[in-house]
Design a protein around this ligand. Sequence first.
Ligand code: MRU
Length: 300
Amino acid sequence: MWLSIETPEHMIDAIQNLSIRGAPLLGLAGIYGLYVSAKCSTTFSQFLVYSQKIRNARPTAVNLSKMVDRILERYTSITDLGILQDLLLREAFHYEKELEEESNLISTFGATLIETNDSILTHCNTGSLATLGLGTALGVIKQSYFQGKNISVFFTETRPLLQGARLTSYELWKSEIPATMIIESSVGFVMQNKLVNKVIVGADRIAVNGDTANKIGTYMIAVLAKENKIPFYIAAPCSTFDKKIQSGKDIMIEYRSGNELSPMFEENQQNIINPAFDITPIEFISGFITEKGILKQPDL
Ligand code: MRU
């Protein structure tokens, strides 16, 4: 199904309802968001108001605000909306290619960590649907499989919006990679029973000290990995590193409606919290797989 987005309001809605999601893809949505904003504005100040709304549509994945800020800064002297539209469209096409190349490089670097007979656990969706190209964490898995390594994959359902059950399962199936889905609460069980020996997940924002925000449940998986002596890797492009944030405690976490947990709680939302992300402290992370190579903490 194709979604045609023609207005900034529609772009904001698509970002907030997760029709477009995943940190790298949100960066691209930011540029297209600026383009539709320029197209739908009658004055430059209206364009700026839309731009800020797009920038702040989701707070945790840094790629969205970073891309909007970067592009606005680049064209700060241009106030002609027609000229801006051309430039923004060109930027978007260019960034599409960049994203694809980045995720393919991440996949190739990450695959060097994977050995035949590895069993890899991943969380949420970090494939082509979140990044273009092969993906980040899921890209590493795909690339290893395409290289002929005999690997097995476990992936989480990813409560409450089921990015694993709906998206990761689809991508694994399309790539013909045999994989097993589990609920998040089974992660301890599969680790204790030695069904996985590596974890690779993506990231939404990485602080200067290496603390990492990612889909809710990631911290729990990282703690269990450490307890079970299983290496835990983050795969993400350099655009997900945030030089302005020193540590995880400064990363803003998005809280979503309690409705997403179950519509039957609609009347009772004050008793629900639904954080979309959590923070994994650096001490649980074995390394960062980026398009520039694999980094340990001191290299950050
Ligand atoms: O709420 P989402 O679906 O946008 O969250 C995405 C994630 O947290 C992913 O796990 C991911 O690691 C970042 S995108 C490759």
